[in-house]
Each structure stands twice: as structure tokens, then as C-alpha cells.
Design a protein around this ligand. Structure first.
Ligand code: ADP
Ligand code: MG
Length: 327
């Protein structure tokens, strides 16, 4: 139902960057090795995501726009696995209800692909098309049929900044996938498939980052923590290099941030910020992400225990440096 989809769109699609995130995550889920994103006018006029993943059959391509038509809940145990990623089968129908969407896709066992066109949630056409194996989404004129929401969009440079930050978050979670990002057809980022350390280096850039990353690791019955923190001597004036991920998705947590900052206490000047890229793996039953699909906060059952594990893991890797406190 069109209205239900538009309402759901209000939940899932806050701005162009949320479309980019949903499409990129779908491409990752489809087993892609290479994902290319292009946007124009801050994503207002165009968002394009091209992947070389498994593609969709003719039937699946059409069904993908039906609500709750997720292919990702096949078994009962998937249901709780996927609970950790929030809403299921909402993204495509939501996006399609507030934009002009073209999907081109082909599976490896077909010579010819299929193209589905949907405008404002209304099916326009489906026809055969020559296309590479994988999937290509074109999302044009976002919110063209919901003028109030279109007016709420910020200027292109602001929306573009949000897109770039979502792009980085997804890329930082999937180092084994190659990503490219174009702004108005101009290549602005290219990240080759690599290991996690290399991905952080190429995603964040800067000449010194490679030698400033210290490995962090903790493996407890509650949570596994992997990743890197920056050397105290490389602390920044900004908090732009602070990333937390849980089960392969970005999240924000002022509470765990403190666990990390506290480990740096007396090692860095009070007005500087450590870099961190920390990846948690936890039983999805021990967290609650169903707060809101656009929100990045997550509730942890064992919040205090996880805080301690964080703090200890970061302390341990800083301790290996044998740095003498500054004050
Ligand atoms: P969800 O990701 O929660 O399953 P979506 O609405 O994002 O829901 O996508 C619906 C379905 O469309 C997916 O479950 C998947 O089967 C299919 N799909 C979407 N994007 C792709 C893609 N890039 N490659 C292959 N299949 C896709
Ligand atoms: Mg999805």
C-alpha cells in the first residue's frame, strides 16, 4: 500500500545518505566484490549504486519492492540473527515510494537481465535488458512526490558530506570488498579490497596513519573486540576518526566512547582526541537495535561489562607501548 510505504519511508529514508547506506548494505549482502556509488546534487537528483553481486531473477527483482519481501530470513534462526540489523524488507519499498527508481539486474545463469522501473511506489515497467551480472540501482529525484520532505533536504554539499560519511562507514566494515565513490561522475574515493588495517589507511588517508595504528583485541564470553586505536602521540584536534561497529554495522555510543577516552587519560592533551576503529562481535540477542532504523544507538544488555572489556582492551594495547604519562 502506497501510503504505508511512504510512512515507512519516513522511518527508513531520512536523507540521501540513508538511501546510499541501504543500497550499499544490500550490495554487500549480495556477496559483491566491487561496489560503485555515484551521486549528483548531494543525492537529490541521482543516487546510483552498482555491484557485481549475485543479482536477482526477474521475479525477485519485482518482488524486492514488495514490503517485507526480504530474502534474508529463510530459517527461524535467521530471524534472530537479523534482528541485529533492525528492520527487514523495508528499504527498497520505502525508497521506491519516494523516488523514481530503476533497477537493472542479472544473475550469473542468465544471458539477459531485467529492468524494473517504479515511480513513487507505482510500478511503471519491467523489460529484458543487457546488463552485467550483478545489480544496479538508480534512484532519481528523491522526495519528488513529498515536497515537504524535499524542502527539508540541506544544500548539496551538506547532503554530500553525509553520503561520504555513510560510504566510509560501510567501507570500513567490509575491507574485503572494493569500493569507489563518485560525486557528479568525478571519482572522489577508491578503496581496493584489502585487510582491515589497509582499509583504514586507505579510507582515512593521511601520511602517518599506517604507523599510528595499534592493534586491539579482546575475546570474552560476552563480546569480541577487534580493531585499532591511534597512538597517543597521534591524537587529533577533532573526533572524526572515532568509529565503533557492532556485528558489521556502525553505531555510536557516548558511553563506550568514554571507556576508550578514559584509557587515554594522561596520555594525551585534554583538548585532543584519540583515533579508534573498533569492531565488536556479540550475540545479537544481547543487543537491541530495533530502536529506529536511522538511529545509530544500540542498547547492550551487558553494558557495564562491555564498558570494562573496552577499557581494558584499549589500556592493554596502549600499555604495550610503555608510554610514560604526560602528567
Ligand atoms: P532486506 O535487505 O532487509 O532484505 P531490502 O528492502 O533492502 O530488504 O531488499 C529486499 C530484497 O531485495 C533483499 O532481501 C534481496 O533479496 C533483494 N536485493 C536488494 N538489493 C540487492 C542487490 N544489490 N543484489 C541482490 N539482491 C538484492
Ligand atoms: Mg536491505
Amino acid at each position: 500500500d502506497g501510503v504505508a510505504n511512504q510512512i515507512a519511508a519516513g522511518e527508513v529514508v531520512g536523507r540521501p545518505a540513508s538511501v546510499v547506506k541501504e543500497l550499499m548494505e544490500n550490495s554487500v549482502d549480495a556477496g559483491s566484490r566491487t561496489i560503485t556509488v555515484n551521486y549528483k546534487d548531494g543525492g537529490r537528483s541521482l543516487i546510483q549504486v552498482v555491484d557485481d553481486g549475485c543479482g536477482m531473477s526477474e521475479t525477485d527483482a519485482r518482488l524486492a519492492f514488495e514490503r517485507h519481501a526480504t530474502s534474508k530470513i529463510r530459517r527461524a534462526e535467521d530471524l534472530y540473527q537479523l534482528a541485529s540489523f533492525g528492520f527487514r524488507g523495508e528499504a527498497l519499498p520505502s525508497v521506491a515510494s519516494v523516488a523514481e527508481v530503476e533497477l537493472r539486474t542479472r544473475t550469473a545463469d542468465r544471458e539477459i537481465g531485467t529492468q524494473v522501473v517504479i515511480h513513487g511506489g507505482r510500478f511503471v515497467s519491467q523489460e529484458p535488458v543487457q546488463t552485467a551480472v550483478g545489480t544496479q540501482f538508480l534512484v532519481k529525484n528523491l522526495f519528488y512526490n513529498t515536497p515537504a520532505r524535499r524542502r527539508f533536504l540541506k544544500e548539496a554539499n551538506v547532503e554530500g558530506r553525509h553520503i561520504r560519511s555513510e560510504f566510509l562507514r560501510v567501507a570500513l566494515c567490509n575491507p574485503e570488498v572494493a569500493f569507489s565513490l563518485y560525486d557528479n561522475d568525478v571519482l572522489i574515493a577508491t578503496l581496493p579490497a584489502s585487510n582491515l588495517r589497509q582499509r583504514i589507511v586507505s579510507a582515512i588517508g593521511g601520511k602517518d596513519i599506517a604507523k599510528n595504528l595499534l592493534e586491539v583485541g579482546a575475546d570474552t564470553s560476552i563480546v569480541r573486540i577487534e580493531g585499532f586505536v591511534g597512538r597517543p602521540s597521534a591524537a587529533k584536534k577533532t573526533n572524526r576518526e572515532q568509529y565503533l561497529f557492532v556485528n558489521g554495522r556502525y553505531f555510536s555510543s557516548p558511553y563506550f566512547r568514554k571507556a576508550i577516552l578514559q584509557a587515554y587519560e594522561k596520555l594525551i592533551a585534554p583538548d585532543t582526541q584519540p583515533s579508534y576503529f573498533l569492531y565488536l562481535t556479540i550475540d545479537p540477542q544481547r543487543i537491541d537495535v530495533n530502536v529506529h532504523p536511522q538511529k545509530t544507538e544500540i542498547k547492550f544488555d551487558d553494558e557495564q561489562a562491555v564498558w570494562q572489556i573496552f577499557n581494558a582492551a584499549v589500556r592493554e594495547s596502549l600499555g604495550r607501548l610503555g608510554v610514560v604519562p604526560m602528567m
